[in-house]
Design a protein around this ligand. Structure first.
Ligand SMILES: Cc1cc2nc3c(=O)[nH]c(=O)nc-3n(C[C@H](O)[C@H](O)[C@H](O)COP(=O)(O)OP(=O)(O)OC[C@H]3O[C@@H](n4cnc5c(N)ncnc54)[C@H](O)[C@@H]3O)c2cc1C
Length: 434
């Protein structure tokens, strides 16, 4: 019997794959229903009222459960909550879950794991042959320390729900990831003024090209990496220009070496003077903020869009092959512990265009490995050797990803999916029989 922690997209597709491969499991979810952060009422959710998919529906959806034709290319988060509830209903996953139940700790046994859960103040003990952790990567705020004392309101993007909080205020947004840019655009319509403090350069991509979601282009022809970076870089330059044309820093790295920002509205508003670009913060004193270019301005509210940290509070770090100072555990394919065969990190992966289907493929590989391990098949032995040797290898497709904490578990989608597909083929029982 296996345990799954979490009923977000990753937990659900993991449950589906275990079900498909006949592996018994119990799921644990601290919220009362499925959907993970796509359910804005989940206490772990970092959604905000205006949020929509950032990757398009075709790139993101589970291929065995496509979204309806009436669903927009970039649907609203509430539609995604419905989608996950429908998915769970369709495959009969709800009944496998213990809802409103938080996993509080887990202990390694000689064989398997002991898990402690908490529901309505009552603690319960469980025992499992293995545990699949799918508790999400975007719930623990990465708070930056400000250089000085701010006397206004200080928030992180995880606290943000509605633009009402900006009404009539002088707002400074810090950071330029996808959420930070969405929130900056929201603020334009409410705030007295909106400034955006950006430390490094970003590539901005429009969500649509020729009336189609931009992430639907480029799949047919696989260009060599350097050529793709150059051609796509020129295309982006032709479409939106250089960030410095809008007052932002230009990237000092090549396209795809960091996660691009899927937002051209922020550039639109910068170009209209609705948003003012600011440099990194040098000093804060009361409501006054001085930037590294020497300019100073006053703010009523600072919102930090500074991202998230990985967070596994229920398991001792020593079980995760996570060296001190490393941004993420060192696990083969971001999933497999080099030594343990009964612990799997699900969904600790980020990649442009991986979507939930890429996560479902990851879950299928784990299910196949568990099956073959139980059957004591030679394919499982071979995979054990691979994961032991390759735990520290990063599947980056040759892209020199920036050395940032948020990029620590970033992979190159095609390289990653290909590796998953090859291992899955080797572990699939039919492949052996054939
Ligand atoms: C605004 C926004 C837009 C996004 N847009 C996209 C997009 O367009 N495309 C894309 O691919 N990704 C997008 N993402 C990334 C998003 O992380 C993934 O889509 C997806 O939600 C990850 O699924 P998950 O199951 O790994 O994590 P989550 O959705 O975070 O689910 C984790 C679940 O685990 C539960 N849990 C956590 N700890 C415990 C515990 N101790 N015990 C029991 N349960 C626990 C949580 O309650 C939660 O339900 C976006 C994220 C945000 C915030």
């Amino acid at each position: 019997m296996y345990a799954i922690i979490g009923a977000g997209p990753m937990g659900l597709c993991t449950a589906r794959q275990l079900q498909k491969h006949g592996i018994a499991f119990v799921g644990f979810e601290l919220h009362e229903n499925v959907g993970g952060l796509w359910d804005i009422d989940n206490p772990h959710s970092t959604m905000y009222d205006s949020a929509h998919l950032i990757s398009s529906k075709g790139t993101t959806q589970f291929s065995e459960f496509p979204m309806g034709a009436d669903v927009a290319p970039y649907p609203h988060h509430s539609e995604m909550r419905r989608y996950f509830r429908d998915y769970a209903e369709h495959f009969g996953l709800h009944e496998h879950y213990q809802f409103s139940t938080r996993v509080v700790s887990m202990e390694k046994l000689e064989k398997g794991w002991r898990l402690f859960t908490e529901k309505d103040g009552v603690t319960r003990e469980w025992q499992f042959d293995g545990v699949l952790i799918a508790n999400g990567t975007l719930h623990k705020p990465n708070l930056a320390t400000l250089p000085g004392q701010f006397s206004g309101e200080l928030l992180h993007s995880s606290d943000y729900r509605s633009p009402d909080i900006f009404s009539g205020k002088r707002v400074l947004i810090v950071g330029c990831g996808n959420s930070a840019c969405d929130i900056t655009v929201d603020a334009v319509h409410r705030a007295a003024s909106v400034d955006l403090s950006v430390r490094r350069g970003y590539y901005f991509l429009p969500k649509f090209l020729l009336g189609r979601p931009i992430d639907t282009f480029g799949g047919a022809v696989k260009l060599p990496r350097a050529l793709k970076q150059r051609i796509d870089g020129l295309l982006i330059r032709a479409l939106v220009g250089k960030p410095s044309s809008y007052g932002l820093p230009d990237p000092d790295y090549k396209l795809y070496e960091s996660h691009p920002v899927m937002n051209s509205l922020v550039l639109h508003h910068l170009g209209h003077g609705d948003i003012k670009a600011r440099r990194d913060i040098a000093k804060v004193d009361g409501k006054s903020v001085t930037f590294t270019d020497g300019e100073t301005a006053e703010y009523d509210l600072i919102l930090q869009g500074t991202g998230y940290k990985l967070d596994y509070p229920f398991i001792d770090r020593s079980h995760l092959n996570w060296p001190e100072g490393a941004g993420a555990p060192k696990l083969y394919l971001n999933v497999f512990h080099p030594e343990y065969d009964d612990l799997f990190m699900m969904g600790m992966v980020e990649a442009s265009g991986l979507g939930w289907q890429g996560r479902a493929e990851q879950a299928e590989l784990v299910a196949l490995f568990i099956c073959q391990l139980e059957a004591q098949a030679p394919a499982a032995k071979a995979f054990q050797a691979t994961k032991r040797e390759r735990a520290s290898i990063r599947l980056d497709g040759g892209y020199g990803y920036l050395d940032l904490e948020r990029m620590a578990y970033y992979v190159h989608k095609d390289t990653y999916r290909q590796a998953i597909a090859e291992h899955s083929a080797a572990l699939r029982p039919t492949a052996k029989a054939g």
